[in-house]
Design a protein around this ligand. Structure first.
Ligand code: PEP
Ligand code: MN
Length: 308
């Protein structure tokens, strides 16, 4: 993996690595990269209307500023897509876990969830962010979401990136666990060079030989937050302690560390009953745990001159 060279700064990354103050990115009624910290919180997967409304209320009360939620899940294996499950009767029947949805079926089933996910955000006055895994989903998602997420598996999906350059909505770009800051900023440069500048980058952990736990997938790279603020000082950066540590008991401490290191915000999976979450049951926080995390983050915010 290569470090960023002087030549890169001059020839390859002139737009993303320009000097200057942080330029806040507007997301619905809020902004990322201003004095106030951004807390994106919500379910890994939107499971039902009732679930997402209850989470919206809880995270808003605790101080979150954006409601996050997955509808499309970029699955490691082709089976068990959460879109196979009926939710509160609105999707009709459950389909067997080995059923493979066509792209069309996926988009149709997803749209029903986006509809009430967006209503849940509106009910508490929070903008919503959700991942797009295929370019063809953007048009359908556009009326519902306030921000598009590019998941860590998709940072080189050029079809998706080209399509996102055509939207006015902001984009949250996650770094793949095996990719350098140089490649992440290279992707940012692809967006910028095409005139798409309302981007927020997300540190989501790096792959390492061991993670102190059999089920943790990556290690949150706190140093990447510092490096991104140094190389690309105008671009807001948030940290994702949920998907990097993949371990509930690590999320609160790593959130504190990320904010102390200069992150502009956090992305946190929150679920009313984490052990029974459809996806990522090992790392989601329940409402009380999220409330505790927010208390901690508030006091760190004061120390580093930020508000929440
Ligand atoms: C997510 O945020 O729900 C998610 C699946 O993210 P990642 O791309 O980091 O796995
Ligand atoms: Mn998740």
């Amino acid at each position: 993996m290569k470090d960023i060279s002087e030549t890169d700064l001059k020839n390859n990354l002139p737009l993303s690595c320009k000097p200057g103050m942080k330029i806040p990115v507007h997301v619905g009624n809020t902004q990322v990269g201003g004095e106030g910290l951004t807390i994106m919180a919500g379910p890994c997967t939107v499971e039902s209307r009732e679930q997402v409304f209850s989470i919206a209320k809880a995270v808003k009360n605790a101080g979150a500023t954006i409601l996050r939620g997955g509808v499309f899940k970029p699955l490691t294996f082709p089976y068990g897509d959460p879109l196979l499950l009926a939710d509160a009767g609105t999707d009709g029947e459950n389909l067997p876990r080995t059923h493979i949805l066509s792209k069309q079926e996926t988009l149709e089933r997803a749209e029903r969830r986006f509809r009430y996910f967006a209503e849940a955000g509106k009910s508490v006055g929070l903008p919503i962010v959700s991942e797009a895994i295929v370019a063809d989903a953007i048009e359908m998602m556009e009326p519902y979401v306030d921000m598009f997420q590019v998941g860590y598996r998709s940072m080189f999906n050029m079809d998706l990136l080209y399509r996102l350059c055509k939207t006015e909505k902001p984009v949250l770009l996650k770094r793949h666990a095996g990719e350098s800051i140089r490649s992440l900023l290279g992707v940012v440069e692809h967006f910028y060079a095409r005139g798409k500048t309302n981007l927020v980058v997300c540190e989501r952990g790096v792959a390492v030989p061991h993670t102190h736990n059999s089920a943790s997938r990556a290690i949150l790279d706190i140093q990447a937050i510092v490096a991104l603020n140094e190389y690309a000082p105008t671009i807001p950066v948030i940290a994702d302690p949920s998907h990097s540590t993949f371990k509930r008991s690590y999320v609160q401490a790593m959130s504190r560390a990320a904010i102390a290191a200069g992150a502009d915000g956090l992305l946190i999976d929150v679920h009313p009953d984490p052990e029974h979450a459809w996806v990522d049951p090992l790392q989601a926080l329940n409402f009380d745990q999220f409330g505790e995390l927010m208390k901690d983050v508030r006091s760190i915010a004061l120390t580093v001159g930020r508000t929440l």
